[in-house]
Write a protein that binds this ligand. Structure first.
Ligand code: FAD
Length: 432
């Protein structure tokens, strides 16, 4: 079997990338193995909106009603947000159904090795070998790690399922002295209690050790009793998953790209892992297409990808640290102290306004264009409201001509051009 692009791993990142590549006309196939264990996660409204926009109808059909998301951060109880509870084994199977419904070939098989031979990747999965020109690594945290550039504190999520009477969908985040708990319950009575703790506080990886630790943590966090009241039964032993924050080093090569958790992993406290995996993979599609169909622009595409990924990683990890810092009650405990450090992500800084050429995403390709760099936009801004801002700046500065004139000449709506001009004023490029 052959294709231009092989995506290994069919979670949110691999599935989103495959759908977008197929839309861009690039032949793609996905090889994925079923998720070995059930697990609950929470999806925000914007994650579900993005899934719907991308046509993941089967995956969305596995979600229940949005439930209340309670938080007890720094002693303040809040119930402002809502979250969709998702059981990831069923959800990931449905992602594959969505891919097939859109005509994409999905092989359900475990990828055992990737080998580069005679200008092609040879992907060994089950009894077959699939030949592709470009590999997208999307096996999440299970992807071979390669070199890791940055890593946060080693963390484990220790979770156990329960079953009880029917209830309403809801989730909660509850911090405690040595970590935080995430509690989820579904209408049909399934519940999950998950504790995120320092990896070095976990006595062993066996089911017995994990289950005893889980029982002790349940006793330490009184709020858990409300979620697992009498009549609710444990359903299987406790299991653990690594949930460190990390950034891999080998993000992209001439015929290789990492997406989603295979590229970088976030602390699950953000609750945005699936959104970030989807959004990152969607912008990666143009990068893969450029590498495959315009290899002369491959280096540009890889630069675009790693600049964007590092920028997003710096922003999200700094936000995560700020959130940990807000919880003051156990500031002297190792778990909370270790998460107050911002990771030193190498992102560019810009002192003033500059005009340079940079890779940008345009019509499904990565190309080079003039952009404006500002201290708040160190990666550069090419267009605002679809108006190329360097060109608009020239127009206003050189000819002093009106915005209406520019709009008419380029067949743009005047309010669009006015908003782009306002942005130029806000960054100090135009006098107000
Ligand atoms: C403890 C924990 C809790 C989390 N909670 C949340 C949450 O509440 N909300 C949220 O938005 N995010 C959460 N996340 C993050 C979220 O799970 C990930 O960010 C997201 O799933 C990443 O998507 P992905 O497609 O990159 O990887 P994955 O979702 O991991 O998908 C990888 C796919 O590759 C497949 N695969 C793996 N190995 C192979 C192989 N050898 N061959 C073939 N296929 C393979 C897997 O079966 C899977 O289908 C949590 C993460 C952790 C660790």
């Amino acid at each position: 079997m052959e294709a231009a692009v092989g995506v290994v791993g069919g979670g949110p990142a691999g599935a989103a990338l495959a759908i977008e590549l197929a839309r861009l006309g690039v032949p793609v196939l996905v090889i994925t193995s079923p998720r070995p264990r059930r697990r609950f996660e929470g999806l925000s409204d914007r994650t579900v909106a993005l899934l719907q926009r991308q046509g993941f109808a089967h995956a969305c059909a596995t979600l229940g009603e949005a439930g209340e998301r309670q938080a007890h951060w720094n002693g303040v109880a809040s119930r402002h947000n809502r979250e969709y509870l998702v059981e990831r084994s069923a959800f990931d199977r449905a992602l594959c159904d969505d891919l097939r419904a859109q005509g994409i070939t999905v092989l359900t098989s475990e990828v055992r090795s990737l080998q580069w031979q005679q200008n092609h990747w040879h992907i060994t999965c089950g009894a077959q070998v699939v030949r592709v020109g470009f590999v997208v690594e999307a096996r999440g945290r299970a992807a071979p790690a390669g070199q890791t550039r940055l890593r946060g504190p080693a963390s484990l999520a220790v979770a156990r399922f329960y079953h009880g009477p029917t209830t309403t969908d809801a989730t909660a985040v509850i911090p405690f002295a040595d970590g935080w708990a995430w509690l989820g319950r579904a209408q049909d009575g399934r519940r999950m209690v998950q504790f995120t703790v320092d990896a070095d506080s976990v006595p062993g990886a066996g089911h017995q050790a994990l289950t005893s630790l889980h029982q002790r943590l349940c006793a330490d966090v009184p709020e858990v009793a409300e979620w697992v009241p009498d009549g609710v039964q444990a359903d299987g032993p406790a299991v653990a998953r690594a949930c460190d924050t990390y950034l891999r080093d080998d993000l992209a090569g001439a015929a290789f790209l990492r997406v989603g958790d295979a590229a970088c992993g976030y602390d699950p406290l953000s609750g945005q892992g699936v959104f970030l995996a989807l959004a990152g993979a969607l912008s990666a599609a143009a990068v893969v297409r450029t590498c495959v169909e315009r290899p002369q622009d491959g280096a540009l595409a890889r630069q675009f990808y790693s600049d964007r990924l590092l920028g997003a990683f710096a922003e999200k990890t700094a936000l995560g640290v700020a959130f940990y810092q807000q919880e003051q009650r156990w500031a002297d405990r190792p778990f909370w102290q270790r998460r107050r450090e911002v990771l030193p992500v190498p992102v560019p800084t810009v002192a003033g306004l500059q005009r340079v050429r940079r890779p940008v995403l345009a019509d499904g390709w990565i190309t080079e264009q003039e952009v404006l760099l500002t201290p708040r936009h160190p990666l550069g801004v090419w267009r605002v409201e679809d108006v190329p801002v360097p060109a608009l700046l020239d127009h206003v500065r050189q000819s002093g001509a009106s915005l209406g004139d520019y709009a008419a000449r380029h067949q743009l709506a005047l309010p669009q051009v006015e908003r782009a001009a306002l942005w130029l004023q806000q960054v100090g490029a135009l006098a107000s």
